[in-house]
Design a protein around this ligand. Structure first.
Ligand code: FES
Ligand code: FE2
Length: 395
């Protein structure tokens, strides 16, 4: 690596070369942030809840009436597609006696029924039915106002195929929060690219990996390309380390990019590209860890998002969804290409599992206390530690 490119979204050109900045922490988060259950919950309340986190995919609730329960860091939540087609998130708990409302994903029709005493809620969370509340056959009772007992809603917005939540309700609007990324990728893929994204709900449209690791280690591994030649030898043959650059998209994200993404690699028919992609950068591809739990990848012919769903301090489910530039890309003509992309990325992300899990096992060692950062190669990782540590300490 010769020059290190540090890229700030606020810079007009988007690119600047610089020495490693000195503002990043010298060491990483201590081991308790990867192993300790109390710290894990504190992270949820002090860091994750205060920003926008990925909860699920729009494709999980693809039409009105779809429901999708998610246990998010110990909180039972429920994604719902309402009758207007808007993704909404509620606490997945009945207002009556606190029964978990929905246990399985699927379609609820127009009414979400509690399995205990059959109270019914509309898709916008309003309490609509209280069977037998006043005795058998008496479904209402004086003094009980249904409008006071609807489901409790969690602030949510949907963008780039992802349903995001802001548990505190106090973060800036999602588009404002994501503006550094939307501006950067808007100049690459066209300002309209988020509106063009089409989720692939077919057999090669998604994948899931269970990882015995804290969610933050997946963020940290994804944002750096330093490991590429050693962990991804096949990828390194067509996208070598010295063609990569570091990315800092302040303050919410860090990652890497490459100059040699090849749309035509392989024998299958190349996919259609984003309509307004910058043709002078057709080989540019970028990969960002969007803090605290989303991984994003953009190429001229496809986009993907990975949600890191923290199951416990030491286990995470990684959910990947592919999205394409148009409905045309989902036709049979490109089935082989979509399959080969799925296989290629499945190999890459499976290769990462062993190192992420190895770092997790290392967090049990008193011989490691946060480690050190290369002043060149670990800048994206150090940026994440700075972002996370500052919020954990001050919120
Ligand atoms: S707990 Fe849901 S209806 Fe009673
Ligand atoms: Fe990797």
């Amino acid at each position: 690596m010769a020059t290190l490119d540090l890229i700030h979204s606020s810079n007009d050109s988007g690119i600047e070369s610089t020495e490693a900045p000195t503002v990043y922490p010298k060491t990483g988060l201590p081991n308790t942030h990867y192993t300790d259950a109390v710290t894990w919950q504190e992270e949820r309340d002090r860091v994750v809840a205060k920003t926008w986190a990925g909860l699920g995919f729009g494709a999980d609730i693809h039409e009105p009436g779809c429901v999708y329960p998610v246990n998010f860091m110990g909180l039972p939540l429920l994604m719902v597609r309402d009758s207007e087609g808007v993704a909404r998130v509620f606490h997945n708990v009945c207002s009556h006696r606190g029964m978990t409302l929905v246990a399985e994903k699927g379609s609820a029709g127009m009414v979400i029924r509690c399995p205990y005493h059959r109270w019914g809620y509309g898709l916008s969370g309003e309490l609509k039915a209280t069977p037998n509340i006043g005795g058998m056959g008496v479904h209402s009772i004086e003094g009980f106002d249904c409008s006071e007992h609807g489901l409790k809603e969690v602030r949510s917005e949907e963008l780039m195929g992802i349903v995001f939540i802001n548990l505190s309700g106090e973060a800036p609007a999602l588009t404002e929060h994501l503006d550094p990324i939307l501006t950067r990728w808007g100049s690459l893929a066209g300002q309209d690219f988020t509106g063009r994204l089409v989720s692939d709900t077919g057999p090669y449209g998604s994948m899931e990996l269970s990882v015995e690791s804290n969610y933050k280690l997946a963020i940290e591994n994804y944002c750096e390309s330093y490991h590429l030649p050693f962990v991804h030898p096949d990828l390194n043959t067509y996208s070598p380390l010295d063609e990569h650059y570091n990315l800092i998209v302040d303050p919410i994200s860090s990652g890497q990019g490459t100059h040699v993404y090849d749309l035509t690699r392989g024998a299958s028919t190349p996919l259609p590209v984003f309509a307004n992609w910058d043709q002078s950068r057709v080989k540019t591809a970028e990969y960002l860890s969007l803090y605290p739990n989303v991984l994003l990848g953009i190429q001229a012919d496809h986009f993907f998002a990975i949600l890191l769903m923290p199951e416990s301090p030491e286990t995470t489910t990684e959910r990947l969804q592919f999205l394409y530039s148009s409905e045309e890309a989902l036709t049979d003509a490109y089935a082989e290409r979509r399959q080969s992309l799925h296989e290629a990325w499945n190999l890459v992300f499976s290769e990462d599992v062993s190192v992420v899990e190895g770092m997790q096992r290392g967090r049990a060692s008193p011989g490691f206390t946060g480690g050190v950062f290369s002043p060149l190669m670990d800048i994206p990782t150090a940026h994440f530690h700075g972002w996370f540590g500052e919020r954990f300490a001050n919120n």
